[in-house]
Design a protein around this ligand. Sequence first.
Ligand SMILES: [Zn+2]
Length: 152
Amino acid sequence: MPDLATIGAALSSLKTATDIVKFLRESDLSLERAELKLKLADLLSSLADAKIELVEVQETLLEKDKRISELEDAFQKKDSLVRQRDAYYTADENGKPIGVPYCLRCWENDHKQRQLVHDSKEYRIRVCTSCGHQYEGRLAGNIEPPENSQPA
Ligand SMILES: [Zn+2]
């Protein structure tokens, strides 16, 4: 996982490149052709390193943006999910849990809203598709709307 050290490496590669250019500028034109070629090869290599390191930094920034928007999303939904027994649910207009269950562990640990599904082998077990945590079905089942409720 690239981090601040990658930025440091990129800066260091750019400094090397700059130093080489300075050296070439300050040296009188008496440099041997072979030496000049060597310096230019070093220069290219430093610039290529810097480019790779900056691409890593760019990827890290994109990942962080994604995580920030997930957290913002979770923060907005913070009060809209309510716990009942072993799962979280969307709240209806009265603040009562309703609908499909969401993983307690994912919500409480990572603030991620992950739906629970039935286990393929054991129908009484509910499984989180994200973390794989298993729940007792009767403690984390669907909550149907009350019988007498009419659609608006
Ligand atoms: Zn989970």
